[in-house]
Design a protein around this ligand. Structure first.
Ligand SMILES: [Zn+2]
Length: 64
């Protein structure tokens, strides 16, 4: 069996405590964006506080 490493697998699993911007765990990660996929359920992109500040990201639920 061929052994494949698929980094996108982690990326597609929505989870609190994971920052998709610096790609690491975080205790301050919040939902920024929901991404619709043609196959499978939508998944969320989460960003931690420092990444939100650096990139000017607005939490998904906080948008007017
Ligand atoms: Zn981050």
């Amino acid at each position: 069996m061929a052994k494949t490493t698929d980094p996108s697998r982690v990326f597609t699993e929505p989870s609190y405590g994971w920052c998709h911007w610096h790609k690491g765990t975080s205790g301050t990660a919040v939902l920024i964006e929901m991404v619709e996929r043609q196959s499978g359920p939508a998944y969320g992109l989460y960003a931690c506080a420092p990444c939100r500040e650096q990139r000017g990201l607005v939490p998904f639920v906080g948008q007017p």
